[in-house]
Design a protein around this ligand. Structure first.
Ligand SMILES: Cc1ncc(COP(=O)(O)O)c(C=O)c1O
Length: 418
């Protein structure tokens, strides 16, 4: 029988410890639980901005709130379209509807489940305002290709990194060598290199805004919470105002724009700060065991293994090109392995939500959506992955080599054979 697999819902599968207890106690004893007057959320924002080498980070109440702030930053007019993936959490899509914009689902790469840039390119139309990329399961989405598309068509690229803390993007190709005499002299000192490992580019920094979740099942958690990062001063101001009812605190009791209350509390922020300090260790431990599993399974027929480059291993996905994921997941679960087929019951383009009204009895903003490019357009690759070929295994920083061996043995035993 397999060893017990620690889950993110229990103490042995989390990194919550004395530091988080001290953080929560510090806030409670301070008497100040609101981030409007406290210091913890602002400190978390500084620490996040520094970790990602961005000018701004804004803390908020959830990953969904973070994504809503990003959609607000993209400023769609009512009825504009935002292209995204049908394999994601509904928190990626709800903010698009909340801003009265139309989610348009593009099909995905059958190997990774991440957006296929060619499918995105086919859907860009006169109402397209933004592309929302999701780094699914912690694997880098092709955001450089998506950014090139966005730039070409005057769109905003947003990144959902809820599952992708410290996911790394591929290095940019070297620029063609410029003759020395042609190199312009910088007027100001060159910008400092981003912190962390020299040259590492992190998911969340390719688009205008990167969004993160601190919900219970993420790499790091404070129960619920979110963060956005951006290098754009104007977008940062727009998002901060929206997260605080449009209240320009520097101008007294004055409301500059429409907004909601998406503020993070000091309790959430203090716990999140302790967790953020542990994040590099969490991702490193997940990478070590995931790479060991890849080594154990190398060359196995009947399963396609994920590529390790840049992966942050929120989950460990497998693709069975011949199908049979539901049967194999059930067999693995029977051996005590935390495996599930498909990740979702159905991809979001097939979710029941689209058959009902959106606001009251109205279907606005979907009533004019074209069946070929709206939220219910066919995405055959995504549909096949979810129905038949995708299997995900929960991953955890507290897995040991014994867990890896148990997973590898079970996959060898139950993989579909031709
Ligand atoms: C890819 C993705 N996007 C968005 C969300 C929404 O985040 P939250 O649950 O913090 O609102 C989640 C997770 O729940 C997610 O996995």
């Amino acid at each position: 029988m397999s060893p017990h697999f620690p889950s993110m819902a229990e103490p042995g599968g989390r990194t919550l410890g004395d530091e988080e207890v001290a953080a929560a106690e510090r806030v409670i004893r301070s008497g100040m639980l609101s981030a409007v007057w406290g210091t913890e959320a602002r400190a978390l924002e500084r620490e996040m901005a520094e970790l990602y080498g961005r000018r701004h980070a804004i803390a908020c109440s959830s990953g969904t709130a973070a994504l809503h702030l990003a959609v607000v930053a993209a400023a769609p007019d009512p009825g504009d379209e935002i292209i995204t993936t049908p394999i994601t959490d509904f928190g990626t899509v709800a903010p698009i509807l909340a801003q009265n914009a139309v989610p348009v689902f593009a099909d995905v790469d059958p190997e990774t489940g991440n957006l296929d840039p060619a499918a995105v390119a086919r859907l860009i139309g006169p109402r397209t305002r933004a592309i929302m990329a999701v780094h699914l399961f912690g694997a880098p989405a092709p955001v450089d290709e998506l950014r090139a598309l966005a730039d070409e068509h005057g769109l905003v690229l947003l990144e959902d990194c809820a599952q992708a803390w410290l996911t790394e993007l591929p290095p940019l190709p070297p620029r063609p060598a410029t003759p020395l005499a042609a190199v312009p002299r910088p007027a100001a000192p060159l910008a400092a290199a981003p912190p962390g490992d020299a040259g590492v580019r992190l998911a969340g920094t390719a688009g205008a805004v990167g969004c993160f979740s601190l919900q219970q099942w993420k790499h790091v958690t404070c129960g619920d919470g979110g963060l956005v990062i951006t290098d754009d001063d104007a977008l940062a101001r727009t998002m901060r105002l929206f997260s605080d009812k449009g209240w320009d605190r520097a101008a007294g009791r004055s409301h500059a724009s429409f907004g909601l209350n998406y503020r993070m509390t000091e309790l959430q922020a203090a716990v999140a700060r302790a967790q953020l300090a542990k994040l590099p260790g969490v991702v490193e431990a997940r990478r070590r065991t995931a790479v060991r599993l890849l080594e154990e399974l190398g060359g196995l027929d009947g399963v396609r293994l994920p590529r390790p480059e840049g992966h942050a291993w929120w989950l460990f996905p497998l693709v069975l090109p011949g199908g049979g994921a539901r049967e194999m997941a059930a067999a693995l679960a029977g051996e005590g392995i935390p495996a599930r087929a498909g990740y979702l019951e159905q991809p979001l383009n097939r979710a029941p939500v689209w058959s009902g009204p959106v606001y009251g009895t109205s279907r606005f903003p979907l009533d004019g959506a074209d069946a070929g490019r709206g939220p219910t357009a066919a995405c055959p690759e995504a549909e096949r992955l979810v129905a038949d070929t995708l299997l995900v295994i929960d991953w955890n920083e507290n897995y040991t080599d014994a867990h890896v061996t148990a997973v590898a043995d079970a996959i060898r035993k139950y993989r579909p054979r031709p």
